[in-house]
Design a protein around this ligand. Structure first.
Ligand code: NAI
Ligand code: COI
Ligand code: MG
Length: 360
């Protein structure tokens, strides 16, 4: 029987609540698909600052380095927002982990689900019903990692992209498109940014190796508008670090909620960190109402990308679709009869256990 070694870093805000549901679902999968999970729980983010003064303690890094994958909740919140920038949980823990493990490739799939009431006005628009998009975001370079300066009078962030960095993420996007609808939309701001011009040139170079893939370039401002106007026109979106961060929250809103959007951040060796696209949601933390689906679907991506267990990943995704269809949804997706975070996790886990025979 395979054992999957997983570092579990729940972090702050809703992190612990939703991570708990993801491990519940993983345990149901382990029983059904005959593997075992060895969890290495470790502190990260604001919680780690509070207990040890360090957002990414050495023991946490060791837990990650000795595991096959990281299941990550979220970090940050108002309690730590006034720390010096280098010590804040988002930079000192999350960006550091992304950089340490070279997790250059961030994958955020966003799709339309049936069956729950529409709170987002975008969901009322029939065009959103065709949405099935995967966003490939460059994750370890660009403006988040460039040199920064700040004085009382001015502040500077620097964006640098190297040919190889763009090449690597673009190749991942084209590979994905070859197994999907065969279209890549590359997002940039080449009309005003030097990095945008380089980005476009490199993507054109990569495209030459994929003659059957349709490539279109789109400026980011137009992309933000086109997504709302007609998300079904997109298949694979290819973005730099900043634009991918922003547009993926938009994807989540079109799908219905930030609580639906998972992410995989992987390196060339298949090692990955799996986390919801959203943050620690301090406004709802501790209330038992956070949507755990983004975290649960992130666990599915972990099974697919780090453990090559597509059957178990598909079972989770089917369980999520079924749970949404049966209107077992948290308050972000309905104005009446919302269920708790734990109830959604229970419903997905039950589906995996009870529908086990049909997945044999
Ligand atoms: N990967 C990470 O750890 C990230 C951390 N953050 C940090 O999280 C903190 C809060 O940031 P915000 O800008 O408020 O963004 P956020 O993503 O935490 O929340 C934005 C809105 O979406 C809602 N939301 C998010 N996830 C949800 C879920 N699973 N179920 C239901 N509703 C959900 C929140 O309640 C809030 O109204 C900040 O410290 C920020 O830096 C933000 C993004 C990513
Ligand atoms: C620290 C932030 C860059 C995290 C975030 O917003 C994201 O990865 O989507
Ligand atoms: Mg973000």
């Amino acid at each position: 029987m395979n054992t999957y070694y997983i570092a579990v870093l729940a972090g702050d805000g809703i992190g612990p609540e939703v991570v708990n549901e993801a491990t519940k679902v993983l345990d149901a999968c382990a029983q059904r698909f005959d593997f075992s999970c060895c969890y290495r729980y470790a502190e990260v983010g604001g919680a780690a600052i509070d207990s040890s003064g360090n957002a990414l303690p050495a023991a946490t890094l060791t837990a990650c380095e000795t595991s096959d994958a990281i299941l990550f909740g979220s970090v940050g919140g108002p309690k730590w927002a006034n720390l010096p920038p280098q010590q804040q949980p988002e930079r000192a823990a999350l960006l550091k982990l992304r950089q340490h493990f070279d997790l250059f490739c961030n994958i955020r799939p966003a799709r339309w689900y049936d069956g729950f009431e529409v709170l987002s006005p975008l969901r009322a628009d029939i065009t959103a019903k065709g949405m099935d998009i995967v966003c490939f975001r460059e994750l370890t370079s660009g403006i988040y990692f460039g040199a920064k300066e700040r004085s009382a009078e001015q502040a500077t962030d620097t964006q640098t992209y190297r040919y190889n960095e763009v090449y690597s993420i673009a190749t991942k996007a084209f590979e994905a498109a070859a197994n999907r609808k065969g279209k890549v939309t590359s997002i940039d701001k080449a009309n005003v940014m030097a990095t945008g011009v380089l980005w476009r040139q490199v993507v054109d170079d990569v495209a030459k190796q994929y003659p059957h893939i349709k490539l279109e370039h789109m400026y980011v401002d137009n992309a933000a508008m086109q997504l709302i106007r007609d998300p079904s026109q997109f298949d694979v979106m290819l973005c730099d670090n900043l634009f991918g961060d922003i547009l993926s929250d938009e994807l989540a809103a079109i799908a219905g909620s930030l609580g639906l959007l998972p992410s995989a951040s992987i390196n060339t060796r298949g090692f990955g960190l799996y986390e919801p696209a959203g943050g620690s949601a301090p406004d709802i933390a501790g209330l038992g109402i956070a949507n755990p689906i983004a975290q649960i679907l992130s666990a599915a991506l972990m099974l697919r990308y780090s453990f090559a267990n597509d059957d178990a990943a598909c079972a989770i995704e089917a369980g999520v679709a079924q749970t949404l269809k049966q209107h077992q949804v948290t308050a972000d997706l309905t104005s009446n009869n919302a269920v708790s975070t734990a109830s959604v996790g229970d419903a997905v886990a039950r589906f995996i256990s009870e529908e086990a025979t049909s997945w044999a």
